[in-house]
Design a protein around this ligand. Structure first.
Ligand SMILES: C[S@@+](CC[C@H](N)C(=O)[O-])C[C@H]1O[C@@H](n2cnc3c(N)ncnc32)[C@H](O)[C@@H]1O
Length: 379
């Protein structure tokens, strides 16, 4: 591990920054673009950049022939992004679904709405929390919910139990490829890209409860390539589903990765001031911001992806020693993941406020790699 990955972070609009890059110069693009939902009132999440064919055309140009693109999207919006990616000239190869169980439904209670409009609402909903399983080896998040008031009017009684939204439980990821130059064999020999790293992302079927992060995350790194069946003892073939591992069966079949913990988000940021950033339950969505219960954090980015998930994804599409481009760096998770996996990385980020966070996390990842921190690089 003496080869230190090189990271280049650029501040600005990724469309302009990528336009200045040479053609056929990166091996993979792994990106978490805005979902275009105006999340937490952020202007950057409602500019339409994810649907901009110019962006994806530039991504296509800088990728080597046969290079892969992985792009996250929102469940309500990713189809428009996928069309833009395809319109730019990419071949859509698959969609990966990251499943999780910790999302909250943002549903309108129809019955309650009727009573409220009629001035007949008895009281607001009451929240409750049921503690999760106590066995720390088994992930099982707390169950939270709301007990709605009893409907008062006849119309509210009729519409009791009706809502307007499902609980969010997955994030789609578009898997696309720049067209090959010749056959796969020709392309991989000439450009070093064009295929997926199946063996590097196999899912372990044993040692599920082994305690080490690799066993826990199902990370089957560096297996020999003779297990070409879905249930090989070399680990299962990587699937187009990734889970947060909240049911035992999922641990066996799929790579799993829970959402990023606070410790992980803030690692490397001790030098930055901790501030109270609003969360879904504290400061937005009609909820008052309560500094008493809000957690102060150095990493104030609202949409931090888990490192293990991004490590798995960059490993899937990047050849050894390759360069990963992340046009939407955010707090730098993709860049830190690329470093931990030994890849060079180029990141673009529009919002200047996030640059110190990126710098701290990138430096942290470089240190972890140099020190071969055991929890991140198990033997
Ligand atoms: C969904 S967030 C990425 C979060 C990241 N995956 C993480 O774990 O921290 C998208 C980021 O793209 C940035 N962004 C939005 N429009 C951009 C543009 N045109 N060029 C570069 N960055 C942009 C936003 O400032 C935001 O930080």
């Amino acid at each position: 591990m003496s080869d230190a990955p090189v990271v280049d972070v650029r501040n600005g609009d990724c469309r302009e920054l990528i336009a200045a890059m040479p053609s056929d110069s990166v091996d993979a693009i792994v990106t978490d673009p805005p979902y275009e939902l105006g999340f937490m009132g952020k202007g950057w999440d409602a500019s339409g950049v994810a649907y901009d064919v110019t962006l994806w055309s530039e991504c296509l140009r800088v990728l080597k022939p046969g290079g892969h693109l992985l792009a996250f999207g929102g469940t309500r919006t990713f189809h428009r992004m996928a069309c833009a990616i395809e319109d730019a000239g990419f071949e859509i190869r698959d969609s990966i679904y990251w499943l999780y169980s910790s999302g909250f439904p943002k549903s309108h209670n129809v019955s309650k709405g009727i009573d409220k409009a009629a001035g007949a609402l008895a009281h607001e909903s009451k929240g409750f929390t049921v503690a999760g399983r106590t066995d720390k080896n088994l992930p099982n998040p707390k169950v939270k919910g709301y007990v709605p008031p009893e409907p008062a009017t006849d119309a509210a009684k009729q519409w009791r139990g009706w809502g307007t939204a499902l609980k969010p439980a997955h994030e789609p990821i578009v898997l696309a490829r720049k067209p090959l130059n010749g056959t796969v064999a020709d392309n991989v020999k000439r450009y070093g890209v064009g295929a997926l790293n199946i063996d590097g992302t196999r899912v372990l079927t044993d040692d599920r409860f082994g305690g080490g992060p690799r066993g826990k995350s199902g990370f089957a790194a560096g297996y020999d390539s003779d297990g070409w069946t879905a249930g090989s003892d070399k680990g299962r073939w990587p699937a187009n589903v990734i889970t947060d591992g909240t049911t035992e069966a999922e641990w066996v079949r799929y790579f799993f990765c829970p959402k990023a913990s606070n410790g992980e988000r803030n690692a490397g940021l001790d030098a930055l001031p901790a501030t109270f950033a609003p969360t879904m339950n504290n400061g937005i969505g009609g909820k008052e911001h309560d500094p008493e219960t809000a957690t102060a954090k150095q990493n104030t980015h609202p949409t931090v992806k888990p490192l293990a998930l991004m490590r798995y994804l960059v490993r899937l599409v990047t050849p050894p020693g390759g360069t990963v481009l992340e046009p939407f760096a955010g707090s730098g998770t993709t860049l830190a993941a690329a470093i931990l996996e030994g890849f060079n990385a180029i990141g673009c980020e529009l919002t200047e406020d996030y640059l110190p966070i990126i710098a701290g996390r990138v430096q942290w990842a470089q240190q972890q790699r140099a020190n071969k921190t055991e929890s991140l690089f198990p033997e």
